[in-house]
Design a protein around this ligand. Structure first.
Ligand SMILES: Nc1nc2c(c(=O)[nH]1)N=C([C@H](O)[C@H](O)COP(=O)(O)OP(=O)(O)OP(=O)(O)O)CN2
Ligand SMILES: [Zn+2]
Length: 139
């Protein structure tokens, strides 16, 4: 029987603060575009991330991959660089990139993809709030 394809997801929350501000726009443009999210002292979120991996269900282990290993990858690519950080000041990637949830999902994708087996990362889903959710699949 051909091996089945499965999708596994691990969920991880982290807290961080940020300010939506582009160095390539004037202060007036930033205020106009980002509104309250451009307030100089920033604001915080309790982010939630869902990392989904796709792969064959191994006939011996019964796993796509060990979720314990996925947890360790998440610790490296998400918790260490992002948890309890100021995204704009503590994460060099966001020095030139606006710390939107879209760009955060790309950052997380790139970090996870480096640690996972090639072509196994399927999706990064980031909840900035209960109402603001972004999905990124590597495009
Ligand atoms: N396309 C995007 N738009 C916005 C983003 C983003 O990442 N991508 N982010 C923000 C701000 O970070 C802001 O903090 C979001 O907060 P807010 O809109 O207030 O959050 P809620 O929608 O949950 O608040 P409600 O007042 O309950 O609607 C803004 N835009
Ligand atoms: Zn925000």
């Amino acid at each position: 029987m051909s091996e089945r394809i499965g999708f596994i997801t691990r969920v991880q929350s982290f807290s961080a603060c940020h300010r939506l501000h582009s160095k390539y726009l004037s202060d007036e443009e930033n205020k106009q575009i980002f509104g309250k999210c451009n307030n100089p002292n920033g604001h915080g979120h309790n982010y939630k991330v869902e990392v989904t991996v796709r792969g064959k269900i191994d006939k011996n282990t019964g796993m796509v991959m060990n979720l314990t290993d996925l947890k360790e990858c998440i610790e490296e690519a998400i918790m260490k660089p992002l948890d309890h950080k100021n995204l704009d000041r503590d994460v060099p990637y966001f020095a030139d990139v606006v710390s939107t949830t879209e760009n955060l999902s790309v950052f997380i994708w790139d970090g996870m993809a480096k640690l996972l087996p090639p072509d196994s990362l399927y999706e990064i889903k980031v909840y900035e709030t209960d109402k603001n959710i972004v999905v990124y699949r590597g495009e």
